[in-house]
Design a protein around this ligand. Sequence first.
Ligand SMILES: C[S@@+](CC[C@H](N)C(=O)[O-])C[C@H]1O[C@@H](n2cnc3c(N)ncnc32)[C@H](O)[C@@H]1O
Length: 249
Amino acid sequence: MDAADFYTGIVAELYGPLKSYSQDPEPYAAFLEQVGLPALELGCGDGEPLLELRRRGLDVDGVDSSADMLNRLRRQAAEEGLEVTVFHQRMEALRLPRRYRAIFLAGPTFNLLPEDNVALAALNGIRAHLVDGGTALVPLFTPEPTPADQIGRVRTATASDGAELRVSVVAEERDETARTQTTLLRYERHHGSDSTVEDRPWVLHWYTRERFEKLAASAGLAVSAVTDADGGPAPADGTGLLHFRLRAA
Ligand SMILES: C[S@@+](CC[C@H](N)C(=O)[O-])C[C@H]1O[C@@H](n2cnc3c(N)ncnc32)[C@H](O)[C@@H]1O
């Protein structure tokens, strides 16, 4: 296990719906089948599900803000002889040479945009890169506060070089008005006499359904459907992952 996998796993464990960060390509393949190509995956990371969609011959490009993740994706693609086009950009500052029939996120990465005006910048970018009549798929969730008995609990794992990796939640603040939850995570790495400790804030930002509809509308995107992650009816209590489909007018 490398450090990135360990931390991603811990964060997924702490934030329920991030666990359902679907590595399963089927919901996205079905979405593309319905709305058409070419497509763009935002936050494509190291390539799930983008690489599988490319293996199926689908014309899907990717964007991610992490050069490391994109290098992993490119290495894997090269090993398999797959051609991929991926861009190192932030989704809130998109500037791409193509427009798409479909733009999607394969999980609630949009919740990492820390405030409404950053989300609006991303929605404006999505609209600008969709053809008229194109569709975006944006998964969103409302995080639960970290349970009190989890604060301070240390989880450990061993890295491939034998180092001990530790992560814990140091503190958490929740602002219901701004709809943000900031969790301070402490990452530690101990190897012999070498130790590094780093505290990093993890900000999640959420929306009421009405608020997200308004933001999308101000970017020229109309909500055409809200479903659960499998395309079924959205749960009425608003918990869990919701898939918003946005249509470019
Ligand atoms: C949990 S990962 C999922 C990656 C991918 N689905 C996978 O499994 O390989 C979320 C990805 O979103 C990227 N990301 C986070 N914030 C972003 C932003 N503002 N713009 C673009 N990418 C972003 C991260 O670098 C990360 O690769």
